[in-house]
Design a protein around this ligand. Sequence first.
Ligand code: ZN
Length: 319
Amino acid sequence: MKYNEEAYLKAENVITERYLRATTEYERRISETNERYPEIRRINDKISGAVSEIIDVLDRKPEDVSARIEIIGKANLDAQNKRRNLLVSFGLPADYLDIHYTCEKCKDTGYVEGIRCECFEELILKYSAEEISKDCTIALHDFDDFKLSYYTGDYHRIMTAVFKMCKNYAENFSQKADSLLLIGNTGLGKTLLSSAIAKAVLLQGYSVVFDSISIVLSKIENDRFGRTKENTLGLITSADLVILDDLGSEFKSSFNESAIYDIINSRLNKELPTIISTNYTFEELKEKYNGRIISRIDHQFTHLNFCGQDVRALKKSEK
Ligand SMILES: [Zn+2]
């Protein structure tokens, strides 16, 4: 997968900052304990001495090099255990003088045995998704912006259930979440609830792509014909959550239809969730799209039916 360069640099900066934060805090704690507890300073000196001893042994390469290193290693381990006990006896946590990395796997270097660590990959994906949503014309909302009071009678009952489902979906989001089809007339809050889900899931640190389907498709088309250096389709098939707003509003072409199929199908194959909203009824979608797209949306998406009076019109009439 080709990453957006800006997203890569941002991710690299975060990894470097994490490393610096962890090691600076470690050094601060070493000098703090050196000052306050002479018993600990003696051990701290011994532990840092062990490192130079090992370097020295490796440098001189005596015959019994591995035996010597084993002895130093053992003494060092004993010193560390003793230090832990001392820390506890002074009322500090036993791991107070360990380096606390954000990612223990790569120790905040971003690499494990020369291969990019998962934490680095996650950040690149996250910033790539942000890049792609940066020029998104849809504003991000909170669930509180959704007003159930605009829905009355049966509509209120149904929309309360829809609202709770969306909120619950966002709060308990995982890569294993269901794919959703938000279906209903224009002005019933589909985009608002989609954007609230997008925001809540983004804030949990997941990568989210959220935009109107026509914009996403035109980006894919621009990439395909070499007009950009990005790989929108690659990003969309691997983001934790993709939300495509307003299915059916896009220009009808065989390129768009096959791109829509590629997005839906590749994400289902990877078992990653997708949310699609549409102003069309399911019957109308059946007329617009080929059977391969329809059968996936029909069988593998949970359908949420939005109902009520046009909330935008109600809001306008209030003014
Ligand atoms: Zn890592």
